[in-house]
Design a protein around this ligand. Sequence first.
Ligand code: NAD
Length: 289
Amino acid sequence: MLIDGKEISKKILEEISNDLHQISKNLGRSPALSIILIGNNPASESYIKAKLKACSKVGIKGELIRFESDIDKNILKDEINNLNNNDDIDGILLQLPIPKNLNEREIIEFIDPTKDVDGLTSENIGFLNSGNPRFIPATPFGIMEIFRRAGINLPSKKVVIIGRSNIVGRPLFALMSGRGKNSNSTVTLCHSKTKNLSEFTLKADIVIAATGSINILNGSMIKNGAIVIDVGINRVEDESRKSGYKLVGDVDFESTKDKASLITPVPGGVGPMTIAMLMKNVCNAARKV
Ligand code: NAD
């Protein structure tokens, strides 16, 4: 059966929209999110478009600040500092990836952790890993919300996460293996150096693929009735479409969909949940968490 992330996220956005009225009343203005884009990565452009659309839908003031890919690090630091010190800005998001000439970790640390709605500063990673999160990165937050709203119980489940990035795999590992009410899973974190992936995935009740590697998981690699969460968003050429491409996940959907008890599609699974939970983080930032 499909998990309809689009439908779940619609509900969450409605809830946020209702909450926002009170938050805005308390603040005396709408909550505000600044998105920083460096360079012109086409995939980033489309993610930002979706984020800004969600902002205007729920009543968050979203703004995009663009910089050329050769922006000087110190100018960028000053610009981020201006946002940090601006009381009318609640959330700051650095759209990743950034050009290779800049050090991603160094730039992320310029962001005030209390406005870091992507939860990527070292301070916020520390809070999350100590079981006391301030901002949960939106994609893992969205996946946890899928589990909660779909009534999937995590305690004692065997989970395999494929991918160990700071925005998906690692925070998800911390959340699912943590002591929270619906966590306490036994989690294995696999990655590009893992040998014989099937050895791990075949034993799992839940498999989460977050690699950016197409067909990293197929039906022969899961047990009957496993739950499959496909985080990957990959562009493949498709001349029949106006855009010239279509989006696919990391999972070979056709061979997996009938063997899995539940599976998220791409598009329409984790993607819309990520956007919804980002909105939630901006609201939390505006409430000063
Ligand atoms: P990343 O490149 O930072 O990390 C990828 C991880 O996958 C690495 O830890 C690597 O070790 C692992 N990996 C790569 N190839 C592998 C292989 N063949 N076998 C095992 N492990 C492998 O990527 P990311 O930012 O975590 O994103 C992963 C995917 O998720 C991408 O397709 C990205 O577009 C997508 N994504 C989707 C959302 C969403 O909202 N749905 C959000 C973030 C990322």
